[in-house]
Design a protein around this ligand. Structure first.
Ligand SMILES: *Cc1c(COP(=O)(O)O)cnc(C)c1O
Length: 368
């Protein structure tokens, strides 16, 4: 038997007629850049996330870049973030000439350890950029408290957390700005690149919309140097269809996760933890074991695909050597990079496939 980590074809088959019609509608309309399909999707998101403004952009990476630009982050500014995330989080900070300041993670959620943020704050600090990793939120109240006490902006990297909640509030609507990605493998994935920014701040929303179109208003009159970071109409039309099913899909993911929880709990592996204040959307289901590499290889031989997110924490990446971090500086992130493994999880995975994964994980540990 073969079990893949993600099979997007099954999802497409389940909504094929609607998706095909949505794409053809855009083609028939010939309105490809921003316009009615993007605006309509942005409206849908404001209702789904209960937020005042939603601004479709070209990718999750550009969402983070624009959010930082809108907060005035520039050369020499420091932005506090986590080293255990996808590269874009810190890459966007560095691209503006600002300095990513890495704070270690809390091993129970793999999110930034909020108890270690304050000691990283200094006169150069301008913002905190927490990531809601794997689909559950960082401890936002503590982050907001530190931000308010020090006059910092809070930008949420909610690329993996659309529809997740923190104390009842939606991911991406709690800080000053929220950033989302519609990369095809995300819980709400497009058929190409795409992203989105959320905010409840009218001024920031207006500024971000300006920066999205090269800082021009009206067209050809530029008061700022922005970028081209627009969401495609084809993506927006597809995402509008898929958004209708997102809550249902998130519920399926939670059920799949609780099935894994139930049948893997007695093994010598670290299980995923959901913080009491969170509802998790299980973008990934991640276990941890010191035998990770051997387990991964064993499962591969049985036809089971697993993935390591992320094998090298950002403070140890070659491109960030100039920041001066060394091995051992952020031990929880380094441990997570060495021991975590994401198991197959997607709404359409079958019970049979899950049983197969569970069976071979059990066999691996009984043979140790
Ligand atoms: C996917 C992702 C991004 C980047 O999104 P893209 O749309 O691929 O540019 C940023 N941060 C995190 C945590 C992500 O998972």
């Amino acid at each position: 038997m073969k079990v893949v980590s993600l099979d997007l074809k099954r999802q497409y088959e389940s909504i094929r007629a609607e998706i095909d019609k949505a794409v053809l509608d855009v083609v028939a309309n010939q309105s490809f850049i921003l316009g009615p399909f993007v605006e309509s999707f942005e409206q849908d998101i404001t209702k789904f996330c209960l937020v005042k403004h939603a601004i479709g952009v070209s990718s999750g990476t550009d969402a983070i870049l624009l959010a930082l630009m809108a907060c005035g982050i520039k050369d020499g500014d420091e932005v506090i973030t986590t080293p255990f995330t996808f590269f874009a989080t810190a890459g966007s900070i560095a691209r503006l000439g600002a300095v990513p300041v890495f704070v270690d993670i809390d091993p129970s959620t793999y999110n930034i350890d909020v108890n270690k943020i304050s000691i990283a704050v200094n006169r150069k600090t301008k913002a905190i950029l927490p990531v809601h990793l794997y689909g559950q939120c960082a401890d936002m109240d503590v982050i907001l408290e530190i931000a308010n006490a020090n006059g910092l902006k809070v930008i949420e990297d909610a690329a993996q957390a659309i529809g997740a909640t923190y104390k009842g509030k939606n991911a991406g609507t709690i800080g000053n700005i929220g950033c989302f990605s519609f990369y095809p493998s995300k819980n709400l994935g497009g058929y190409g690149d795409g992203g989105l920014i959320t905010t409840n701040d009218d001024k920031l929303a207006e500024f971000i919309k300006l920066l999205r179109v090269h800082g021009a208003k009206p067209k050809y009159y530029h008061s700022y140097v922005g970028i081209n970071a627009r969401l495609d109409a084809v993506q927006a039309a597809i995402l509008s269809v898929k958004l209708k099913y997102l809550s249902e899909w998130s519920e399926s993911r939670r059920m799949i996760a609780s099935y894994y929880n139930e049948y893997l709990k007695n093994l010598p592996v670290k299980m995923p933890d959901t913080a009491s204040y969170n509802t998790h959307i299980f973008h990934q289901y991640v276990i941890a074991t010191p035998h990770r590499d051997k387990l991964m290889e064993y499962l591969k031989q049985q036809g089971i695909e697993t993935v390591i997110y992320y094998p090298l924490p950002l403070h140890l990446q070659k491109c960030f050597e100039y920041l001066g971090y060394k091995k051992g500086d952020l031990p929880e992130s380094e441990k997570a990079a060495n021991e975590t493994l994401a198991l197959p999880i997607f709404p359409e995975i079958t019970r049979k496939e899950q049983d197969y994964v569970i069976e071979y994980i059990k066999k691996f540990f009984s043979s140790l």
